[in-house]
Design a protein around this ligand. Structure first.
Ligand code: AP5
Ligand code: MG
Length: 210
């Protein structure tokens, strides 16, 4: 099964992707994670991506599409995969349509008023990428999953978050209608707890497998 996870910054795409990937053995492909890995390794793509990510803007479509195209051709994707944070523009969605068939688009729908707190309070594991919120950590500074050190993403500050939300509204939100028209959209209530969101997603995925 080929799945897309759609949702505003902080909607919980990464949180749910980690659970879905564990439960359904699907490779988790996050373009944001790929860019952050490139930034850490100071590759040419990383240097280019950094200039956009730090301002909360999108990395150009042609760069992003090429990365995803190369990644989904890999052997581990032959039985399915899950895209997190891609596509993010109509042009990216059209490029994806040319190279693959998508089975389901899960749109995590969250009130915008919750997103600033979720993002500014997020801590991420340096090693496995798991996301936490400071209110759940009780002062812990390491990952419950792998023990890695937790850090705060550079784009998780108030000013950059605002710009990411504006970009989402202008460029990514139109994808909801794009996939709805294709009959692929599954809306899930993202204001609920991560467990409740996952339960709704799992119910849908289990029904599709039957
Ligand atoms: P990316 O890394 O994809 O960031 P994003 O889309 O802004 O989304 P986030 O990762 O911030 O949020 P999330 O939905 O994964 O939430 P999470 O689960 O962590 O992209 C970063 C940048 O890379 C972009 O701005 C752009 O520049 C570039 N980029 C990436 N893809 C691109 C593309 N296709 N084209 C061009 N440029 C691209 O959760 C957030 C917080 O909320 C955490 O603290 C978490 O613990 C908490 N939380 C999660 N779920 C819940 C819940 N149900 N209840 C309460 N709290 C919750
Ligand atoms: Mg994420």
């Amino acid at each position: 099964m080929n799945i897309i996870l759609l949702g505003a910054p902080g909607a919980g795409k990464g949180t749910q992707a980690s659970r879905i990937s564990d439960a359904y053995k699907l490779p988790h492909i996050s373009t944001g994670d790929i860019f952050r890995e490139n930034i850490k390794n100071e590759t040419p793509i990383g240097l280019l991506a950094k200039s956009y990510i730090d301002k909360g803007q999108l990395v150009p479509d042609e760069v992003t599409c090429k990365i995803v195209e190369g990644r989904i051709e890999k052997d581990d994707c032959k039985d399915g995969y899950m895209l997190d944070g891609f596509p993010r523009t109509i042009a990216q969605a059209e490029a994806l349509d040319k190279i693959t068939k998508i089975d389901l688009v899960i749109n995590i729908d969250v009130d915008f008023s919750l997103l600033l707190d979720r993002l500014c309070g997020r801590r991420v594991c340096k090693d496995c990428g798991e996301s936490y919120h400071i209110s759940w950590l009780n002062g812990a500074t390491s990952c419950k999953r792998c023990g890695g050190e937790l850090y705060q993403r550079k784009d998780d500050n108030e000013e950059t978050v605002q710009s990411r939300l504006d970009v989402y509204n202008a460029q990514t939100a139109p994808l909801i209608e794009y996939y709805s028209k294709k009959g692929l959209l599954f809306n899930v209530e993202g204001n609920n707890s991560p467990d409740a969101v996952f339960a709704a997603v799992a119910e849908k995925l289990d029904a599709m497998k039957k």
